[in-house]
Design a protein around this ligand. Sequence first.
Ligand code: PLP
Length: 384
Amino acid sequence: MRVPIQLLDLGEQYTTIRDEVDTAIRRVVDSQRFILGEEVEVFEQALAAYLDDGREVVGCASGTDALLLSLKALGLEPGDEVIVPAFTFFATAGAVWNAGLKPVFCDVESLYFNLTARTVEAVWTERTRAVIAVHLFGQMAVMDELVALAESRGATVIEDAAQSIGATQEAMEPPGPNPETPARGGLAAPRGIATALSFFPTKNLGGFGDGGAITSADPGFVAKLRKLRVHGGHKMYHHEMVGTNSRLDALQAAVLAAKLPHLAEWTEARRLNAVHYQEELADISEVISPYVYWGNVHVYNQYTIRARRRDELREHLTEHGIGSGVYYPVALHLQECFAGLGGKRGQLPVSEALCEEVMSLPVYPELGTERLLRVVSAIRRFYA
Ligand SMILES: Cc1ncc(COP(=O)(O)O)c(C=O)c1O
C-alpha cells in the first residue's frame, strides 16, 4: 500500500516552521513566566491586527471557555434560553448548559450546514435571550437577517467561530445615509457581541495544546471577560464577580504568535485544495460538495461532502489508506445528556439527515495535488 493520507497531518506543518516555534518555546521557558503576561498580550494584539475588524482579543483556555465566558458576561438569568444549531460540535450547547442556561436546538440549512434566521425563528420563545451562530467547517452563517431578528426581539448574538478564523462575509445592505452602514460588497463587520475562537491543535490556527480567545468591540464586555478569566476581579484577591480560571498559557500564546504570520498562506492553500476538489468531484453524482454562500470567504477547517453510502465509502477509503472523519454523527437534540430537554427524532430533519450523510476529506494546507488526486480517484473507483 502507498503511504497513507491522513485526514490531517500536523507533523508535516511543524517541520516547515520548527525553528520559529522552537525559538518561541525556548523564550518562554527561559523567562519562566507561564501565565498571561507579555507573551499573551503580544499575541492578543497580533491577532487583533490580523483580524483587522476593530475588535479586541481576549485570550482564554479553550474555545469552549470562550463560549462559556461570553455567555457568563451576558449576565442572563438561570433557565433563560439560548438557541444553538443541532448540527455543531458539542461544546456550543455544553457551554450554554454549563452557564446555567437552557440550550434550545434549531435546524440548519442543508447546503451550507449553518443555522439561518428562519430556522432560529422556528424555535424562538418568549424566554429566548441569545443565539449562538456557529460558523461551521470554516464558513460564516448568514448574519444580517439573523442579527436583525435578534435585535428586533431584544436578544443577543454570539458567534462561534471556533472553526472559522479569518472567514469573512460581504455586507448585504445597500449603502445608506448612515456612514456606518456598510456598502453592498464591502465586508460586514462581525455582528455578534462576541466571537469565540478555538486554538485546538486541529484548527486552522492551532496551538500545542488547548487555547481559545474571544473577540469583541464592546469595551464593557471586554473588561468583563478579562475579569471573568481570572476569577472575576483584576485586583488580586478581590472578586467583583464569580469567574473562573481560564487563561491562555504563555507557551501557547508564543506558539500561536509564531504560527500566525503563516495563517493567511495556509488558509489560501486550504481554499485552493477546496477548489480543486470541487472541480474533480463535480461529475460524481453521488457526492455533493460543500456550497459557499454568496459573498462568503470559506476557510475550510473541514472539506465536508455529503455522500451516498457514506459509511461504505469511508471503509473503502480506509482500505486505500485514506483518512476521513464524520463531523458529526449525532445531532445535539438527540444526545443522551440532553434527553431531559425532550428532543425527538424527526424534529430537526436536516440536522438528522446530515449526520447520516456527511464526511470530511483531507484538506490541510500541505496536502498537495498528488495526494488530493489520490483521494478523488479512490472516491471515483468506489462509485464506478
Ligand atoms: C464549533 C465548535 N465550537 C466550539 C469548540 C470548542 O473549542 P475547544 O475544543 O477549543 O474547547 C469547537 C472545537 O472543536 C468547535 O468545533
